[in-house]
Design a protein around this ligand. Structure first.
Ligand code: OGA
Ligand code: MN
Length: 295
């Protein structure tokens, strides 16, 4: 890693300017930090919000333990990062009065719904994909159905210079067709009847807050790389999907009830490990902060 990349990754800046309102404990080399000293069920003062936002930009995944947030407090937390928006398509299992909270539930005895056991970043088929999502764990069995996150800044930085030059300037077509198909395959989901036309995003995007470049393709949403022939596009994407999730880029989050995890959807992909027993109950409340058009 270059010196500049090292600085931007937060390792050094965290040492240079210590946090005073919160504690920050790194999870692993690739990404992730556990933040302490904050109770998100109460209003949080501006200086603390500033440190939380800084920890988010430096670590991409931030974890708060032992929280118990009603939907309005989960929304208030998410608003530290940007305006909260509803999922464009999913309408299954909503909380009365809080359409912004998406309820992800696998009831005991219900087979894993299999929506998220594929590496992806959220809603990249939108013109302005989310800045990030928050998951609040309300029920789980610790050690099952972990969520993995892969650092896409590092995925870009680990490419050779000629490969970076080749990918820079290419465009990918993103569509919600896969999400629609997966959703509608399950009888107890509200069917998605209509999806928006595809959108086009750069294959290498620049993070609007850090200025760093990251790889920005994901299997469920990307239909093709527009400038390439079909077979070329397939091969290049297959290589990138494998490259993007190599073990050194990954943090695996082991859920506990009460966890609040915020992740940066602009520079990460994530994946839910489908390894839990049939009779486990897993319940997540998810909110999403609005993002910008990728460039
Ligand atoms: C999602 C998602 C992760 C999880 O909501 O987009 O990928 O751990 N969920 O449930
Ligand atoms: Mn997701």
């Amino acid at each position: 890693m270059s010196h500049a990349a090292q600085e931007a990754s937060g390792t050094e800046s965290a040492e240079a300017a210590p946090y005073s309102r919160i504690t920050v404990r790194r999870m692993c080399g690739a990404l992730g930090a556990e933040l302490g000293g904050v109770d998100l069920s109460k209003p949080v003062d501006d200086a603390t919000v500033a440190e939380i936002r800084r920890a988010f930009l430096e670590n991409y995944v931030i974890v708060f333990r032992d929280q118990d947030l009603a939907p309005d407090r989960l929304i208030a937390f998410t608003e530290m990062f940007g305006p909260v928006e509803q999922h464009p398509y999913y309408r299954t299992g909503q909380i009365e009065g809080f359409p912004e909270v998406l309820v992800l539930e696998h009831k005991a005895g219900q087979f894993f719904n299999g929506k998220n056991d594929v590496w992806h970043s959220d809603i990249t088929f939108g013109e302005k994909p989310p800045l990030g999502s928050v998951l609040h764990c309300r029920a789980c069995w610790e050690g099952f159905a972990d969520t993995m996150f892969a650092n896409q800044y590092m995925a870009y930085e680990r490419l050779s210079e000629p490969m970076k030059r080749f990918l820079d300037g290419l465009t990918a077509e993103h569509s919600a067709a896969y999400v629609q198909r997966k959703n509608n395959a399950r009888a107890n989901n509200k069917p998605i009847t209509e999806i928006a036309p595809p959108v086009f995003h750069p294959v290498i995007r620049t993070h609007p807050e850090t200025g760093r470049k990251s790889l920005y393709v994901n299997m469920p949403s990307v239909a093709r790389i527009c400038e390439l022939e079909e077979e070329e596009s397939k091969s290049v994407l297959a290589f990138l999907y494998e490259h993007a999730v190599q073990p050194a880029l990954v943090y695996r989050h082991r859920w506990r009830v009460g966890d609040v995890v915020m992740f940066d959807n602009r520079c990460l992909m994530h994946y839910v490990v489908p390894d839990h027993p049939h009779d486990m109950h897993r319940l997540m409340h998810r909110t999403t902060a609005a993002g910008d058009k990728p460039y």
